[in-house]
Design a protein around this ligand. Structure first.
Ligand code: HEC
Length: 140
C-alpha cells in the first residue's frame, strides 16, 4: 500500500523535486512511527512483572537455599530468627511457622515483600520462594 502510494507520486506529472520532498516526508514519518513503536515496546518490557513459571518445580536445596545463603544468612544466623544458614533454614522456617498456604500470606513471603526487606532479594528470588511455598514447601 505504501509502495503504491509512492509510485503514484512518482508517476504523476509534478516536478521530480516535489515528489522527492514528499517521499522524504513519508520516510521521515515511517522512521518516527517505528521509533515510537520501539520505545513503547521497550517501556512495556521494562515494566512487565517478572514471571517464574509456577509449573516449574522448585527444589529447596538447589533453588531456595542459595537465595538464603547469598542474601539472608549474613544476618539470619544463630542469633537472629529465622536461622537461614544452610542445613538450619528448613527446620527454622517450619518450626517458626514462617511458611503457610497460600504462600502470598505466609510470614516468609510477606517479610521478603515488605518495605524493609524488599531490597534484600530480587523479584525473581521472591517469586521463586513464593512458588516453592505454593508447591507445598517441600524439603526436596
Ligand atoms: C541486614 C540484615 C538482614 C538481612 C540481610 C536479612 N534480614 Fe531478615 N531480619 C533482619 C532483622 C533485624 C529482623 C527483625 C526485625 C524485622 O522484623 O524487620 C528480620 C526479620 C526477618 C523475618 C521475621 C522474623 C520474625 O520473627 O518475625 C523474616 C522472615 C526474615 N527477616 C527473613 C529474611 C530473608 C528471607 C532474608 C533474605 C532475603 C533476610 N531476612 C535478610 C535483618 C536482616
Amino acid at each position: 500500500m505504501i509502495f503504491g502510494y509512492l509510485c503514484e507520486f512518482i508517476n504523476n506529472d509534478k516536478s521530480m523535486n516535489q515528489n522527492i520532498k514528499r517521499i522524504r516526508k513519508i520516510l521521515a514519518g515511517l522512521v518516527l512511527i517505528t521509533a515510537a513503536a520501539g520505545f513503547t515496546s521497550c517501556e512495556k518490557y521494562q515494566w512487565a512483572p517478572v514471571k517464574v513459571d509456577p509449573e516449574v518445580v522448585i527444589f529447596f536445596q538447589k533453588d531456595i537455599q542459595p537465595i538464603f545463603t547469598a542474601n539472608c544468612a549474613s544476618c539470619h544466623g544463630a542469633t537472629k530468627a529465622p536461622d537461614l544458614r544452610d542445613g538450619k533454614s528448613y527446620a527454622a522456617l517450619t518450626k517458626g511457622a514462617f511458611i503457610s498456604l497460600p504462600g502470598e500470606s505466609s510470614k516468609l513471603y510477606l517479610k521478603m515483600e515488605g518495605a524493609d526487606h524488599a531490597p534484600r532479594s530480587s523479584s525473581v528470588d521472591k517469586q521463586t520462594v513464593l512458588n516453592w511455598i505454593n508447591q507445598g514447601a517441600k524439603n526436596n
